[in-house]
Design a protein around this ligand. Structure first.
Ligand SMILES: Nc1nc2c(ncn2[C@@H]2O[C@H](COP(=O)(O)OP(=O)(O)O)[C@@H](O)[C@H]2O)c(=O)[nH]1
Ligand SMILES: [Mg+2]
Length: 477
């Protein structure tokens, strides 16, 4: 069995222990082994350094480290100048604090009738005698009295560590040994999607490629029109801002982004990108109002959007959908007005909880696009939030099984091939540009442009074939 302690928290404990790389082996877990001093001692005695971790129902994680083996003596104070208490999480958020031992002579107490006890004055006393489970909870009978006597409490109170309760959902004891951990975050040895070398040259080549993009000759299209659709907060506006930032050479925020229940973006804005030389790139990223269960864009409006009937900067009004009689309605759109590639934007962290209504709505839109032969992609945003490894180093995105699983899930949910699912991390909190963010976003953009080209080519051939047929008909007459 693997414990609940995350890789990130192991990193933190390893840093606090401070003597190089450490492996953490789960010895004892009360949910598995029962909460009983006899069992604790039987399993954990004479195992060398250990860390005890308590988890409570308020989302707090805390405990103690001792470098000395536990033993089944009867109430003996044990010296340990390396012991410390700590907290990692408080009420659901990271809260990282180490409480170093002040009086090492009685850092821990060994007693065969008790669970782990740190500090002779019961500074972190887990349990005395057997504790029965009550639902998901073990109401431990220890306490954190006199917190600050043996350990430096840094001015904090016990309540600020354990929420004023010794009820826990889990208590684990890990053996700590020297050695490099094989990281639990299931990093794959080969990528799940292969791309060229992830380096500065690749970045510059990709960036340049999009500058040179030109719509298919003879398709009568001056710029590729990419339509972004998706739930509110999925990251549509942020994706445009990300691409815009890459080409402006600084973080930009031309499209308003943020969080609110309803759409911040209410108009149809066909953003184009101007590079530093003043030239405009030959594609437009069209931002729209979000797909909401009740108030968002409806299927009819989407139909008009795809066909190019809706004028630029049109303000969507959920109570009064656009009709052919509406002001500015383009009743005779050209190939240039049409959408050439549709991108459904989905927040990767919401895949498990997307409402069936929204999924049905997205599937309905896909049906419409299929009829029109419009290629579809899914932009899977916020992959930084899926996986610690990816958050630390975005270049690991194609090695992360968590991201791969999200791609699979999105592919199943909406019935699109895996190759059409594009993971990205938008600029959101960064002050400076970052090559890794750029590469991932540019890869997504490149795929959008390739799909647009495919559509334009089909459109051109269809027109030619239709004209050819008509020519033949005329000749026959
Ligand atoms: N961590 C993270 N946050 C993101 C990402 N993309 C967007 N966000 C945040 O998600 C929120 C909604 O984004 P926004 O672009 O306004 O969504 P829209 O409603 O689809 O246009 C904003 O607070 C963004 O900063 C991403 O890739 N990673
Ligand atoms: Mg928006």
């Amino acid at each position: 069995m693997e414990g609940k302690l995350t890789e990130k928290y192991m990193d933190q404990l390893e840093q606090w222990i401070g003597t190089g790389p450490k492996t953490f082996t789960l010895l004892y877990a009360i949910t598995r082994d029962g909460c009983d001093p006899a069992t604790f001692n039987q399993i954990c005695d004479n195992k060398g350094a250990t860390v005890t971790v308590l988890y409570n129902q308020h989302g707090s994680v805390y405990g103690g480290y001792t470098s000395v083996s536990w033993t089944s003596k009867t109430g003996v104070r044990v010296k340990d100048d390396k012991a410390f208490l700590y907290q990692l999480r408080y009420s659901g958020s990271d809260n990282i604090n180490k409480f170093q031992v002040k009086t090492p002579d009685h850092a821990v107490v060994h007693n065969n009738q008790w669970g782990p006890l740190f500090g002779y004055s019961n500074e972190l006393f887990t349990f005395n005698g057997r504790i029965n489970r009550s639902g998901n909870i073990f109401p431990l009978n220890g306490g954190m009295n006199n917190f600050g006597n043996t350990y430096n409490n840094q001015g904090m109170t016990a309540d600020q560590i354990n929420n004023g309760t010794m009820e826990v959902t889990e208590l684990e004891v890990y053996m700590v040994t020297d050695g490099q951990r094989i990281k639990k975050t299931e990093k794959k040895s080969s990528p799940w999607r292969k791309i060229k070398d992830w380096n500065e040259k690749f970045h510059d080549d990709l960036k340049e490629e999009m500058v040179n993009f030109k719509p298919i000759q003879g398709s009568n299209v001056s710029d590729a029109r990419i339509l972004m659709l998706g739930p509110v907060g999925a990251g549509k506006s942020s994706f445009f801002n990300t691409i815009d930032s890459i080409y402006r050479g600084r973080i930009t925020q031309r499209a308003g982004s943020g969080s609110s229940e309803h759409s911040l973006t209410t108009a149809f804005v066909p953003y184009s990108i101007e590079i530093c030389s003043g030239a405009t790139l030959n594609f437009r990223l069209c931002d729209t109002r979000g797909l909401e269960e009740s108030m968002g864009i409806d299927v009819l409006e989407c139909n008009y959007l795809l066909d190019g009937n809706i004028p630029y900067y049109y303000e969507f009004n959920p109570t009064r959908p656009i009709t052919p009689e509406s002001h500015g309605f383009k009743s005779d759109p050209t190939g240039n007005d049409k959408v050439h590639c549709a991108v459904i934007v989905v927040d990767s962290t919401t895949l498990e909880v997307l409402s069936t209504k929204i999924v049905e709505k997205m599937k309905g839109l896909r049906g419409l696009m299929n009829q029109k032969g419009i290629p579809q992609l899914i932009l899977l945003t916020k992959v930084d939030k899926l996986c610690d490894d990816v958050q630390k180093d975005l270049s690991q995105v194609f090695y992360s099984s968590k991201v791969e699983q999200a791609v699979d899930k999105a592919s199943q949910l909406l019935g699109l091939p895996r190759a059409n699912i594009l993971p990205v991390k938008n600029y959101e909190n960064e002050a400076e540009l970052d090559d890794h963010i750029d590469i991932l976003a540019l890869l997504a953009l490149r795929k959008m442009l390739h799909c647009s080209e495919d559509f334009m080519l089909n459109m051109k051939h269809r027109e030619k074939d239709v004209q050819g047929e008509m020519g033949k008909l005329k000749l026959e007459k």
